[in-house]
Each structure stands twice: as structure tokens, then as C-alpha cells.
Design a protein around this ligand. Structure first.
Ligand SMILES: C[S@@+](CC[C@H](N)C(=O)[O-])C[C@H]1O[C@@H](n2cnc3c(N)ncnc32)[C@H](O)[C@@H]1O
Length: 308
């Protein structure tokens, strides 16, 4: 494929991701756009999903089946296979056949049987095939839909899944979409698996937004396509995951002690955190050397981790 064409398609994707306006045309409009997506965006969506699903795995979820709605080239399938050893069956649904075809090519030589045996099937939101799975992922899709379609997609995911994970760009509007999904899940009696350590109103809803970062190593091709110099980038993302009544109970017996909301400040003799707390508040926590093992864990803790 011509690299100049790929670079132009990458530029179009970059400006699309910087824009807050809803997409008026499909993002993966041609084979070139799909190839550019796989080279430039998929590593980032994969990194975000790996972090979010990793946190879900830490809460004890061990899905055997995954259904990825609007899954494109299969980033969530790769992330889930990397995180959940339990995974046996994967289905990726998307409207764009070119993205699915590339997804099929990518998993052809995967060592995970769940991945190499994954099904990539064309379908449109609102007309998904009648499938169910232990975990349903909806990753970087909501921004392509109007609010009514977003609600319908989340309802579809909840009907089909024992657990649902939604990931969006870590921008104020991505967070706003995630917050809406969070409310929906809580109102339906689902139990949050993360990132929130509580189901009270989000303490960041006024003037701030809950988001996390995943480090993505850039390949030489990735750097060339984006005209970038750094060997890495940090993908900012917002997410929420929850389990249906009946699925959650054996998993989340213990409340999380807190979620780290910013890069911790590691000083001499203490570490300072901004955290979301189980009582529904957000604020500063300091763990000093006197805390012994907790302090040693605090030195290793990162943005997005559970507070030691
Ligand atoms: C930004 S891509 C995200 C792909 C993948 N989930 C990821 O995280 O890398 C958005 C995907 O949503 C799909 N999509 C958007 N609207 C859709 C619809 N109405 N029905 C089915 N798929 C849709 C697009 O085709 C595209 O593959």
C-alpha cells in the first residue's frame, strides 16, 4: 500500500480523534483508512483495553467468551486474550468488512486458540446477531453514534453480556459518554468492576474528568506515518466496567481501597496520590515511609492502579 496514502489517511484519523464533533462519515471509510487504523490507532486502543481489562481481571472476572461490538480490527480481542487465561471463544462484530478482514488476517497466526479461532462477522448496531457472552466490550465506538444509538448499543451489550466494559477516549466528552453508561449500569442494578471504588455520584463530574493513560511503544512505521519523533505515546482513555446481578456477587466481596487518578508524586520519604475513595469522595492521600510494606507498594503504584 502506498505510504503517502497511508500517511494522509492517518492524518485524517488524527484530526478526527482531536475533534469533539460527532462523526458524520464512517471513520474506517476505505481499505487505506483501515490499514492506517491498524498501524496508528489499534496499538493505542489495544493498550487502553489491556489496562482496563487487566483491572477487571484483578477483580476476579474470568470470562470464557467475549463479544466485541464495533470491534473493527479486533483490538479488544487481542487485549482480552492477553489478560484472561480463561478465554475460549471470541466474536467480533462490526459494520466494516475491510476492518473485519484485516482482523481475521491479524489473528490467523495467533498462538492463543481463542484468538486464532475468533469469528469476525459483519453486522450493524441495532441488528446484531443473537449472541451472548460472559463479557461484552464496546471500545471507542460510542463517539460514532448519536446519544439515542449509544443508549441502544449499551442496552444491547447489557442484554448480551454477563459483564460489560466500555472504553472511550480520555477526553471530557469521552468521559461524559462513559459517565452516562455508568449511570445506566448502576440504575439497572449492575455492580461496578472499575475504575470506580463506589457507586455514588462521580466526584469528578464538576469541572474535571476521570481518565487514565496507557503507554504505547511506537514502531518505526508508526512514527513515520504520524511524522512523530518520540518512541512512545500515552493513550488517554476513560472506561467503565460492570457485572450483571448474579455474576458480580462472588467477585466483588471487598470494596477497592481507592483508585489513583493522577501520576503519583514520589517524594523523599512519602508518596502523594490523588484518589477516588470508596466513600464517594476524591482527594489527596499520602503514604509515608512509616507505613512499611504499604509505602514500598506505593513507590511502585501508578496512575490508574488501586491505592495500595
Ligand atoms: C474507532 S473504531 C474502534 C474499533 C475497535 N473497537 C477498537 O477499539 O480499536 C469504531 C468502530 O465502530 C464501528 N461502528 C461504528 N458504528 C457502527 C454501527 N452502527 N454498526 C456497527 N459497527 C459500527 C466502526 O465500523 C469501527 O470499526
Amino acid at each position: 500500500m502506498d505510504e503517502r496514502e497511508l500517511a494522509r489517511a492517518t492524518e485524517a484519523l488524527v484530526s478526527r480523534y482531536r475533534s469533539v464533533a460527532p462523526a458524520t462519515a464512517p471513520i474506517l471509510a476505505s481499505r487505506v483508512h483501515v490499514a492506517a487504523y491498524a498501524a496508528y490507532r489499534m496499538p493505542a486502543t489495544h493498550a487502553a483495553l489491556a489496562k482496563a481489562l487487566g483491572a477487571v481481571a484483578d477483580r476476579g472476572l474470568a470470562p470464557r467468551s467475549l463479544l466485541d461490538l464495533g470491534g473493527g480490527t479486533g483490538a479488544a480481542a487481542w487485549a482480552a486474550a492477553g489478560v484472561f487465561e480463561s478465554l475460549e471463544a471470541v466474536t467480533v462484530l462490526d459494520q466494516v468488512e475491510d476492518a473485519l478482514a484485516l482482523g481475521r488476517d491479524l489473528v490467523a497466526d495467533a498462538t492463543s486458540p481463542a484468538l486464532s479461532g475468533a469469528t469476525f462477522r459483519q453486522a450493524r448496531a441495532g441488528a446484531w446477531p443473537d449472541l451472548e457472552a460472559d463479557l461484552v466490550t464496546v471500545s471507542y465506538v460510542l463517539s460514532e453514534l448519536d446519544p439515542q444509538q449509544q443508549d441502544a448499543l449499551v442496552a444491547d451489550a447489557m442484554r448480551r453480556g454477563g459483564a460489560v466494559a466500555v472504553v472511550e477516549p480520555g477526553t471530557p466528552d469521552g468521559y461524559a459518554r462513559v459517565l452516562r453508561v455508568r449511570t445506566r449500569l448502576i440504575d439497572a442494578g449492575w455492580t461496578l468492576l472499575g475504575p470506580c471504588p463506589h457507586a455514588a455520584e462521580c466526584p469528578l463530574a464538576q469541572g474535571d474528568w476521570c481518565h487514565f493513560a496507557a503507554r504505547v511503544n511506537r514502531s518505526a512505521e508508526h512514527r513515520r506515518l504520524k511524522g512523530a519523533e518520540l518512541s512512545y505515546e500515552d493513550e488517554k482513555f476513560s472506561w467503565v466496567a460492570a457485572a450483571a446481578p448474579g455474576v458480580a456477587e462472588p467477585l466483588v466481596a471487598e470494596a477497592l481501597p481507592g483508585r489513583i487518578l493522577r501520576h503519583p508524586l514520589k517524594r523523599k520519604g512519602f508518596v502523594e496520590f490523588q484518589v477516588c475513595r470508596p466513600d464517594g469522595t476524591a482527594g489527596r492521600e499520602v503514604i509515608s515511609r512509616k507505613a512499611g510494606e504499604r509505602y514500598r507498594n506505593a513507590r511502585d503504584a501508578e496512575w490508574g492502579d488501586v491505592l495500595p
